[in-house]
Design a protein around this ligand. Structure first.
Ligand code: CMC
Length: 441
């Protein structure tokens, strides 16, 4: 019976070490005993961007990138997208199990009754420049919520954590829609508690002068499904930001401002906008072969294709593709959809993409849906941030409750200058007169 250990021989010293293997991993701290001399710091692992380092144990999301599997708390994404709704999925992600009917009613009521924001938040928002990016506004306003709820600092109190979870899940659509309406100079539309989570968001985004906004059921369903698909995706960049900042034991609003900021970057929340730009540049189905040729020659990438984790069809992309067709039936088709379909058709048969295991990812069709529903491109990362709030909160709570976690503090390999002595400015090469020296203050 083979032992679950890894034997390491340090050829500098000739010493051999036996390191336990658990869950297909070794503990990085076990390597610290490997020293070239007594008093040495010991070996560290060098892993820029944490490509091969597990930073936590998590029971929230499971991904098998080779087999197109994405499960939240064990439930396949396909079943949740087809049979559940975003609020129930948010409950599942945050609490670990599907709710009973009674628990669901309570949860729905708690979220619905926290959708309003303090009037001062509106005033705060008014201070942003008229063309401020809604994602920039969101970073600022989510962080500002910590000053409205100073009690949120009591992070080891489960009741307090629960209250902040409700607030964040409930208020994100309100902040997001207000940020949008501010950026186009429209009056804010208040939440309508008669509507579903997705329906209310559409109401706050698009309500004009009508007394009661009635969301189109197909579009409401599409937003709800898109929210489900974006609710969590294990240790991605923004979730890592939430965990790293949360590990300092700051309140969840401040930690979430960091997560939203991480999502603002084009490499994370902005890829679907790049897909739309690419489709616009290609322009028509007849130009697709020429574009594919350029990509294969290394002139740019096929945006919305490929994934660090999925080396097969992103299961979310399959659901979104189907959703796109339903949305286009209501909103009218887009010539860009034909270009996207043709790109996918050719790429899935082409050796370049097949051998590199490049398949459509979640961003390939989502931008097209958002565009046809009337969302400006600046809102795409905001549309990602709303549902991801459930994942961020669940991951943050998991961190708070994990006895193995401490304040996040990675190591570095120092590559700068060795110790050197300070030389006063006046004595450095090129110094002129004492009058040239900077004055204090
Ligand atoms: N188009 C053309 N070639 C590609 C693409 C692409 N979209 N993606 C990867 N490749 C090639 C790449 O050039 C390399 O080829 P070679 O081996 O000849 O050098 C090979 O495939 C491996 O690429 P990689 O960059 O090492 O792969 P990665 O895992 O580091 O990158 C990725 C993953 C998502 C950054 C990349 O596939 C990409 O840039 N895709 C386009 C942008 C995009 O759609 N991003 C959204 C990702 S989904 C977001 C989410 O899940 O939240």
């Amino acid at each position: 019976m083979p032992k679950d250990t890894l034997t390491i021989r340090d050829n500098r010293t000739g010493k051999t070490y036996e390191i336990p293997i658990q869950d297909e991993s070794i503990r990085a701290m076990d390597l610290r005993q490997i020293k070239s001399a007594e008093g040495d710091f010991g070996i560290v692992t060098y892993d820029p961007a944490l490509l091969n380092t597990a930073v936590c144990r998590s029971s929230i999301t499971f991904i098998d990138g080779d087999k197109s599997v994405l499960n939240y708390r064990g439930y396949p994404i396909e079943q949740l997208a087809e049979q559940s709704n975003f609020l129930e999925v948010a409950y599942l992600i945050v609490n670990g199990n599907l709710p009973s009917p009674k628990q669901y009613m309570k949860w729905e009521s708690e979220i619905t009754h926290h959708t309003m924001v303090h009037e001062n938040v509106k005033k705060f928002m008014d201070g942003f420049w008229h063309d401020a990016h809604p994602m920039g506004i969101l970073v600022g306003t989510v962080g500002a919520l910590s000053t409205f709820y100073p009690g949120a600092k009591d992070i080891f109190n489960p009741d307090c954590r629960r209250r902040q979870s409700h607030r964040l899940i409930a208020k994100m659509p309100t902040l997001a829609a207000f940020a949008y309406r501010h950026s186009c100079g429209m009056p804010y539309a208040y939440p309508d508690n008669d509507l579903s989570y997705a329906g209310n968001f559409l109401n706050m985004m698009f309500k004009m002068t009508e007394v009661k906004y009635k969301p189109d059921p197909v579009l409401e369903k599409a937003i709800d499904v898109l929210f489900i698909l974006h609710a969590d995706h294990e240790q991605n960049c923004s979730t890592s930001a939430m965990r790293v900042v949360g590990s300092s034991q700051v309140d969840p609003f401040s930690a979430m401002a960091a997560a939203v900021a991480a999502l603002y970057g084009p490499l994370h929340g902005g890829a679907n906008e790049e897909v739309l730009k690419m489709l616009g540049e290609i322009g028509s189905v007849s130009k697709v072969p020429e574009f594919i040729k350029k990509v294969k020659n290394g002139e740019g990438r096929l945006m919305g294709f490929g994934h660090r984790v999925y080396k097969s069809y992103d299961p979310r992309a399959r659901i979104i593709k189907h959703m796109a067709e339903q949305v286009f039936d209501v909103q009218g088709s887009s010539p860009m959809l034909e270009v996207a379909r043709e790109l996918e058709r050719i790429a899935l048969q082409d050796d370049y993409f097949v051998t590199r295991r490049l398949y459509p990812n979640i961003d390939f069709y989502s931008g097209l849906i958002y565009q046809s529903m009337g969302f400006p491109t600046s809102m795409y990362p905001v549309l990602f941030a709303i549902p991801r709030t459930a994942g961020w909160i669940a991951q943050w709570e998991e961190l708070i409750l994990d006895p193995e976690q401490k304040i996040s503090r990675p190591r570095q390999l120092y590559s700068g200058a060795a110790r050197r002595e300070y030389v006063p400015l006046a004595q450095r090469a090129g110094a002129r007169t004492p009058a040239d020296s900077p004055r204090p203050g």
